[in-house]
Design a protein. Structure first.
Ligand code: SF4
Ligand SMILES: [Zn+2]
Length: 468
């Protein structure tokens, strides 16, 4: 299931067959389409279309091309239209210094006015920017400083503040700027350009941005993906874009669909929050959410936040029995790996872990344990020999090679737990087939030192995972 976060279905190109286009989209697995508007008339059409079709939502506003058509009255009309229940955003708005169809100062004034509407209406914005990224960001920063409560959205489903407040549609910039925008509370949306023979920066961004901050769009009727170049674009082609991004991310199209649909839920409140799960798939592996307890309290952990990973909600309210887990696994040989993890530290449930792992091994599956490496302290004995024959791979969070920093990051006694974790890692390297040690991509952590420590002193494989 996918959501097309940007398609101009109200455009003339769809006058002849709009209903069929929506039907084809539904048949292609598109659950919802957001129709952004370009001016006041188009905003009215977008609202009417959304009114008629359950799968369509509208954004209302003035595109920078049409900014010269905006005046106080038409902007007031946009604000009035935005009270319609199926209007989920203000947009598309922004700056376009490539075509300059409206004078730049007019574009800037109308963009700022629409940011203020979004703030008053507690709505996100859909931003168009072309050859104007720096200026767009500067105006956004000014506006966020002026209207800080905009980031404290009451609409945000989990009430977490600050909430996401907009999307850069058809994002034209590089990856590092994209990360800055994510930090400012914005999503990045990529269209069919990622499928082009010359995708420019878009494919870099597709590969490097976290899927928790990515949306999918066709920008229909424009930017038709390969292999339909030269034809009119339509939402039914969205899976082609998802396939290419999945490839770039080393994920499945289903992972991309789930993660980006959750992004749409967070940003636009469309759809619903995913239900908590004991087991969930990522790529070709099945993850077992074995526990809700943890002995640590890492500063970067999302336990107290949303705890949603690629659209899977990990916030279970009780721990599953081994029988429940086994029932959900089905045939373990279908998966590359059965991964023991949790919304917490899985070795806290060592007995359940061993019972399920034994069943998986007896039934032809492969197993991995994701752990903080404190299992020996938690269980008050050396547990690694007990994992022999049950666990094929272990991923241990190294976090830092400095016990003090380690303790600060995990909010526990580093002088006690760091050596315990290292001992667990050494013993795992000695007794188990494959050991990986990971750090989170945090500025203060010395990556090269960590890599050398893992590879030379422990003899494990080093890996880095993104902070988000
Ligand atoms: S060890 Fe894992 S689950 Fe526990 S607090 Fe740290 S990141 Fe969160
Ligand atoms: Zn558009």
């Amino acid at each position: 299931m996918f959501i097309d976060s940007h398609a101009h279905l109200t455009s003339r190109e769809f006058d002849a067959d709009r209903e069929e286009v929506l039907k084809r989209a539904a048949d292609a697995g598109i659950r919802f389409v957001i129709n952004p508007a370009t001016n006041l008339d188009d905003s009215r059409r977008a609202v009417e279309l959304a009114d008629r079709h359950a799968m369509v939502y509208a954004a209302v506003g003035f595109h920078p091309h049409d900014a010269r058509l905006a005046d106080d009255r038409s902007l007031a009309a946009i604000e009035e239209l935005s009270t319609h229940p199926k209007v989920v955003a203000i947009g598309e708005t922004g700056l376009d210094f490539h075509y300059d169809f409206s004078p730049r100062e007019v574009q800037e004034r109308v963009f700022t006015a629409q940011l203020a509407i979004a703030q008053r209406r507690d709505l996100p914005v859909i931003i168009h920017t072309r050859e104007s990224l720096e200026r767009t960001i500067a105006l956004l920063r000014e506006q966020i400083v002026r209207l800080p409560q905009w980031r404290q959205s009451k609409r945000h489903p989990n009430g977490r503040t600050p909430g996401p407040r907009g999307v850069f549609h058809c994002y034209p910039g590089d990856l590092s700027t994209a990360w800055n925008l994510v930090e400012m509370g914005f999503f990045i949306s990529l269209p069919g350009i990622v499928t082009f023979r010359k995708p420019g920066l878009a494919l870099d961004v597709a590969a490097g941005i976290s899927t928790e901050h990515l949306l999918l769009e066709t920008d229909s009727p424009y930017l038709t993906p390969v292999p339909h170049r030269g034809e009119r674009n339509e939402p039914a082609y969205l899976p082609l874009i998802a396939d290419r991004i999945a490839e770039a991310q080393h994920l499945t199209p289903a992972d991309i669909g789930r993660a980006t649909s959750y992004g749409v839920f967070r940003l636009f409140s469309i759809g619903e929050a995913p239900a908590p799960r004991f087991t969930y798939t990522l790529k070709d592996s099945l993850y077992i959410n074995l526990t809700i307890r943890c002995n640590a309290d890492c500063v970067f952990c999302d336990r107290k936040g949303e705890a949603v990973v690629k659209g899977h909600n990990l916030k279970i309210d009780r721990e599953p029995t081994p029988e429940e887990v086994i029932g959900e696994i089905g045939d373990p040989a279908r998966y590359a790996e059965i991964v023991f993890c949790g919304y917490g530290e899985p070795t806290i449930r060592l007995d359940a872990l061993k019972t399920v792992a034994k069943w998986v091994k007896d039934n032809g599956g492969r197993t991995r344990l994701n752990t903080d490496g404190h299992g020996n302290v938690i269980n008050k004995r050396d547990i690694v020999p007990e994992l022999v024959g049950l666990i094929d791979g272990v991923s241990i969070s190294l976090n830092s090679t400095d016990p003090t920093q380690y303790g600060a990051l995990m909010r526990l006694d580093g002088q006690r737990y760091f050596p315990a974790m290292v001992e667990f890692a050494r013993e795992s390297v000695r007794l188990l087939p494959r050991v990986v040690m990971t750090i989170v991509d945090l500025q203060d952590v010395d990556e090269e030192k960590a890599r050398a420590f893992v590879e030379k002193e422990i003899g494990a494989v080093f890996s880095k995972r993104p902070y988000f």
